[in-house]
Design a protein around this ligand. Structure first.
Ligand code: B12
Length: 142
């Protein structure tokens, strides 16, 4: 376990889908990360409070399966304006309602300030390693 590498994980506020959340927590722990798992139905303000309590966390990772990601994350700009959630925010799962996947939902989430969007949870360890490496490079240059 690498004590330096902490990730905050959870599922968006209106969303009760638990299975992927547990599998992702296991996957990330097997990858050597510490995981603070806030579980299902987590308001964005709770993610912000967890990050404020653990400011060294590398990322906040939020799952959304029920199609209401934009509604659940709509306060991200407001929280960031207050100096909260000042870390990479990664969102993944089934991001829009219904079968139409035209990319519009991803655009809307990016416009809220979501930094990374992933459909496939297997890409998470690689993305988190890239975020870790970028941060290490920044710290070395500072
Ligand atoms: C089980 C289930 C439920 C259970 C959940 C029980 C529980 N405690 O988890 C119950 C019955 C409660 C439920 C309720 C609802 N559900 Co439901 N549910 C499912 C179902 C059948 C399986 C979900 C699951 O566990 N899959 C197994 C996991 C491992 O796979 P996964 O969730 O797809 O996750 C994968 C990826 O999405 C991705 N991923 C997931 N999360 C994350 C997070 C990150 C960060 C990343 C990178 C990737 C990622 O990686 C995972 C592995 O590949 C799916 C349909 C399906 N076959 O997928 C519908 C489904 C997700 N549900 C759906 C809906 C609509 C609902 C309800 C709104 C239904 C209703 N009208 O009440 C409610 C919403 C409840 C709520 N508040 O969220 C829709 C969502 C549609 C959409 N987005 O357009 C689906 C797709 C069914 C459908 N085809 O319509 N549901």
């Amino acid at each position: 376990m690498n004590e330096d590498r902490l990730v905050i994980l959870g599922v968006a506020e209106s969303d009760a889908h638990a299975v992927a959340n547990h599998l992702i927590a296991m996957q990330l722990r097997l990858h050597g990360l510490q995981v603070l798992n806030l579980g299902v139905c987590t308001p964005l303000a709770d993610f912000a409070a967890a990050h404020a309590a653990h400011p060294h966390a590398e990322a906040v990772v939020i799952g959304s399966l029920n199609g209401h990601a934009h509604q659940d994350l709509r306060t991200l700009p407001e929280l960031r304006a207050r100096g909260l959630l000042n870390c990479p925010v990664v969102v993944g799962g089934n991001l829009s309602v219904g079968s139409r996947k035209d990319g519009g939902e991803e655009e809307r989430l990016r416009s809220l300030g979501v930094d990374h969007l992933l459909a496939d949870a297997t890409q998470l360890p690689v993305l988190l390693d890239l975020i870790h490496a970028a941060r290490a490079t920044q710290l070395a240059g500072a």
